[in-house]
Design a protein around this ligand. Structure first.
Ligand code: DMJ
Length: 569
């Protein structure tokens, strides 16, 4: 471009640039406000329909405008074997409480808390999944209690008398018999009224044992009763002792023998929140030990599961790749990477999920990377939040407006494909967009919440929060910390509550920063493990392939060196 000759031209160009810059800034601010209101409307459409047609039952069936008492047998998407004599625990209301606060609906929050205080009981004959009940119900109650007792928020007209904490404590006590095993690893299933049932299965998952510490730890801190934290910690330590020489974990195990059942694992189903809780427990409780565990586990994942921008599964004993698939649950991983500052790795795998979302309009549950096709029986999208969650974290870290565009795409897809008169319905098959009559409670707890926070993060400026795996915020409190990481402590520190300009968020921990040397050479973050295994990822024999998690059939190694259920495909 030829440089302008006189100052007036220069000034004119400068003013034009400035006005286009401020115009694009105000344009993006307007867009964020518009999108925020769209999400608020979505949340209320889902919530109001639940309250009208399903409350106080557990979840809404939006197509028939009825309900399902799904807390019992949660973790089982088909909702089979529901008990006859259980009439719900207002699960979707409990899951909505923290979202109501974030979206500023204090009246409805107070109403919900009062209803639960007067009506909710856990003395019910219902067999529940410990992991699901912990993240959804205990987590929902603990988080709402902490929000309600924060007097600066003024959420109550009257006074709040710790009613939710009483309920949480009652539930926590009912969890304890599950840990009564020779190993301290908890049973996956427990009856809320009668404890562990006779002949109960001893099989559970890695996340079932390793993702209890945030909620149960918080409960101990608040009640002064150490039993919850101790039980969760003992289980986590036992699990930790079961890692392989490659520092990998399997997916399922036996709680009475402490032996692995499924040796293949990845970052998705059955394992995901185990990794998440190691890091988040470090942030919430300040224990260095959690950080050391997380770091070692994270490095092993990056080394053995990562293949360019995406992650496969591998045998914990040999590190050999087993399943080559992209799953909807894995999409939380980039968000976790943002928390430790590994933003470049987060960004590249987020892109992969974005491509799949764009291709299908939503994220299918399982996409077979080695065949570039959908898993034949897992073509559904049950309104999961993970992709929105990572988009929110990446926008927080980068402020790159592209993530706002991604958020808009998610919102538009949800409204286009899943919104019905009676709420939001799950998608049964992403190739036909046929709907299923189920609005999962995590749509209220997480999907809507993360989308809202993407467009309006003012809630995040009030305090430092850690979001549980179910999206329930827990404030990072100095009184809960044994020792804060150095980077977390401002010089004049007394409490972690401070002004927005001094805010220290988990992201600013930057525990794995990338570096540029004096020579100009760029060194990857300490947590960003370069991919060195691309050439040796394939299987050699059927032994390397393990068992298919859905059909329980042994998989075999194809001529091309990929594991699969070849008869099936
Ligand atoms: C939620 O219940 C939680 O995010 C859990 O950790 C994984 N699955 C669902 C949502 O997909």
């Amino acid at each position: 471009m030829v440089p302008p000759r006189d100052y007036s031209t220069c000034l004119l160009l400068f003013l034009l640039l400035l006005s286009s810059f401020s115009h694009s800034q105000s344009h993006s601010a307007t867009k964020k406000i518009r999108m925020r209101e769209k999400v608020r409307n979505m949340f209320h459409h889902a919530y109001d329909n639940y309250m009208t047609h399903a409350f106080p039952h557990d979840e809404l069936k939006p197509l028939t405008k009825t309900f399902t008492d799904s807390l019992s047998e949660l973790g089982n998407l088909k909702l089979e074997r529901l008990p006859q004599d259980y009439h719900g625990s207002a699960l979707s209301l409990i899951e909505s409480l923290s979202s109501l606060v974030i979206m500023g609906n204090n009246t409805e929050f107070e109403k919900g808390v009062l209803w639960l205080s007067e009506n909710l009981t856990f003395d019910v004959d219902a067999r529940i999944n410990l992991f699901e009940c912990n993240i959804r119900v205990l987590g929902g109650l603990v988080s709402a209690h902490l929000l309600a007792s924060d007097s600066s928020k003024k959420l109550f007209q009257g006074s709040y008398k710790n009613q939710l904490l009483g309920l949480a404590e009652d539930l926590g006590k009912r969890f304890l018999p599950a840990f009564n095993t020779p190993t301290g690893l908890p049973y996956a299933w427990i009856n809320l009224k009668y404890g562990v049932m006779e002949n109960e299965t001893t099989e559970t998952s890695t996340s079932g044992c390793g993702s209890l510490i945030l909620e149960m730890g918080a409960l101990s801190k608040m009640t002064g009763d150490p039993r919850y934290e101790s039980a969760a910690l003992r289980a986590l330590r036992k699990l930790w002792s079961m890692q392989s020489s490659l520092k990998l974990f399997g997916t399922t195990l036996d709680v009475s023998t402490g032996q692995w059942i499924e040796y293949s694992s990845g970052i998705g189903a059955g394992v995901d929140s185990f990794y998440e809780y190691l890091l988040k427990a470090h942030i919430l409780f300040g224990k260095e030990d959690f950080w050391r565990m997380f770091h070692s586990a994270y490095v092993a994942v990056q080394k053995h599961f990562r293949h360019g921008p995406w992650y496969h599964e591998a045998d914990m004993r040999t590190g050999r790749a087993t399943y080559w698939q992209l799953t909807s649950l894995q999409a939380f991983w980039p968000g976790l990477q943002v928390l430790i500052g590994d933003v470049s790795a987060a960004n590249s795998s987020h892109r992969e999920f974005f491509n799949v979302w764009e291709r299908f309009g939503v994220l299918p549950e399982r996409y077979l990377l080695d065949h570039q096709m959908l898993h034949p029986t897992e073509k559904y999208y049950p309104l999961r939040p993970e992709f929105a969650e990572s988009t929110f974290y990446l926008y927080q870290a980068t402020k790159d407006p592209w993530y706002i565009e991604v958020g808009e795409l998610i919102v538009n897809s949800l409204n286009l494909y899943t919104r019905v008169e009676g709420g939001f319905a799950s998608i049964k098959d992403v190739t036909t967009m046929q709907l299923e009559d189920h609005q999962h409670s995590f749509f209220l707890a997480e999907t809507c919440k993360y989308l809202y926070l993407l467009f309006d993060d003012s809630f995040m400026l009030e305090n430092n929060y850690v979001f549980t795996t179910e999206g329930h915020p827990l404030p990072v409190l100095s009184t809960w910390h044994e020792k804060l990481p150095e980077t977390y402590i401002p010089t004049n520190w007394t409490t972690l509550k401070r002004q927005p300009e001094n805010r220290v968020s988990p992201m600013s921990l930057q525990v794995c920063p990338a570096m540029t040397l004096n020579s100009g050479q760029h060194i990857e973050s300490a947590c960003h493990i370069p991919d060195v295994r691309i050439s040796d990822h394939r299987c050699l024999t059927d032994e390397d392939c393990g068992v298919d998690a859905t059909t329980c059939r042994r998989r075999s190694c194809s001529m091309a060196g990929y594991c699969g259920l070849w008869l099936f495909i």
